[in-house]
Design a protein around this ligand. Sequence first.
Ligand SMILES: [Zn+2]
Length: 90
Amino acid sequence: MSSFKPITYGDLFKYLEKYCNFHKRDSDGETTWTCDGTLKATKQLCDDHFLFFPSVEQDLQDRGGYCDCEVLFNVVGHIDKKRTVPRGHQ
Ligand SMILES: [Zn+2]
């Protein structure tokens, strides 16, 4: 992906779905996923595309997204997927 292509919240949600990787565990059929309780993957996407993480973090936390999986649980549907993620000032 080019750094100059605008990144939307829809792109962020897709990225987080890949990162969190919701799936049923073979051993007991429980749903499991990857999340370390932070917005680590969100920050990674921001760093990769020169997006302004503090502003993104604020948008997500205002809607109950305090970690990568909570963004998918709480924020999807409350932010327009076509909205562009703000860029940084590097
Ligand atoms: Zn989480």
